[in-house]
Design a binder for this molecule. Structure first.
Ligand SMILES: [Zn+2]
Length: 381
């Protein structure tokens, strides 16, 4: 009996130890594997508080070196992927899913036409990984860094991971923050980049890897520079990443005018949605679009009374856009920009403009649209 008890005891001891070890490893593993998404609502001590220097002139934030390097690397890599796998990574969208070259061409256009001069442009200040962690999970950023280092090609079949991606993203996010700081000081500014509104806290989507606008808002809130921000998103696609990251946080209000029957399939609630279907019977022409904008945007801005607005001036409501089905002309888009900037500026609210999407069959069209937005920003300043 005694022997049996000892045997039982030993057996139970082993079983209990194994259970304890499993539980211990499980919890420890979970702690590592869960990699909690940072809470947007949590107030952290922000980076970049002390060393940010406001540029003395210019409101268009720009960095040529990283942009061009990224653009060329992305195109080279997409070509390489297509050659090796037969996957048409470049598709038929202006040689690249996201035509990064548009920024440079738009800048050149505005200088050629005399709308802007070199003095209107100021350099970007890059953010660091610690600042990305304020909005994004560490595992997401680590994954992007590993994929970049391994020349992995494409993520989810659409997001190109070229060498130089992370440096590019640091600059793009820093540019949006820089534009916001200039806007707070001088009323209006534009990052010649950004508007990555499909990027979630823990994953990339729709050519968006990290969320520049969410990062900029989080920095401004944590630094006590603003109490409330508003996103006015006029890209043709719903900004699911922005909505997800800021969901439930009353310090961020979103006005989102998008094509309902388009990517992304899952829409996330925002305070001021204007969703339109692009079927033939309800074609979204200049007139239809501008009427809807005029009847909803001023009220939304008035009711929110934010300390700053981030305007996502996507070029993809254009009638010839490959990934959008609205029917706006270039003139209609220019009126959209002017009306939006006027609505915001006459209430004396600072506005930081970012480029967001645009996938035209002809790169010339997007350059026309983007340089029109830039001219509208210049006049609003
Ligand atoms: Zn878009």
């Amino acid at each position: 009996m005694k022997g049996d008890f000892a045997k039982w005891n030993r057996r139970e001891f082993i079983k209990l130890s194994a259970f304890g070890a499993t539980l211990g490893f499980g919890l420890a593993g979970k702690k590592i594997l869960l990699d909690p998404i940072p809470s947007f609502a949590h107030v952290a001590k922000a980076k970049m508080t002390d060393d940010f220097q406001l540029p003395t002139t210019g409101v268009f934030v720009w960095d040529e070196i990283y942009r061009m390097k990224f653009a060329q690397d992305a195109i080279d890599l997409a070509n390489w992927v297509e050659e090796k796998t037969g996957i048409p990574a470049l598709g038929n969208i202006s040689g690249h899913p996201f035509p990064v070259k548009k920024y440079l061409l738009a800048k050149e256009r505005t200088i050629e036409t005399g709308a802007l001069t070199e003095q209107d442009f100021v350099p970007t200040k890059a953010i660091d990984y610690q600042t990305m962690y304020m909005v994004h999970s560490r595992s997401h950023i680590h994954k992007l860094r590993m994929l970049e280092a391994s020349r992995a090609g494409l993520l989810h079949g659409e997001n190109v991971i070229p060498p130089g991606l992370m440096e590019y993203l640091k600059m793009a996010c820093g540019g949006t923050y820089t534009a916001a700081r200039i806007a707070l000081s001088r009323g209006v500014a534009m990052n010649m980049n950004g508007g990555f509104h499909h990027a979630f806290a823990d994953h990339e989507s729709g050519f968006c890897y990290v969320n520049d606008v969410a990062i900029a808002i989080k920095l401004l809130l944590d630094q006590g520079l603003i109490k409330k921000a508003m996103i006015v998103d006029l890209d043709v696609h719903h900004g699911d990443g922005n909505a997800s990251i800021t969901l439930g946080d009353r310090r961020v209000a979103i006005y989102d005018f998008y094509q309902e029957d388009n990517f992304p399939s899952e829409k996330i609630p925002v305070a001021h949605p204007v969703a339109m279907r692009a079927m033939a019977a309800t074609a979204v022409t200049d007139q239809v679009y501008l009427e809807a904008l005029r009847s909803t945007l001023p009220r939304a801005v008035e009711s929110e009374a934010p300390d700053i607005i981030f305007y996502l001036a996507g070029s993809d409501p254009f009638l010839d856009d490959v990934l959008g089905s609205f029917l706006l002309t270039k003139q209609g888009l220019r009126q959209r920009d002017e009306f939006t900037l006027e609505t915001v500026r006459k209430r004396d609210i600072p506005v930081a403009v970012v480029c967001a999407g645009g996938y035209p069959k002809s790169i010339g069209d997007i350059v026309d649209i983007l340089s029109g937005t830039m001219a509208a920003v210049k006049s609003a300043g």
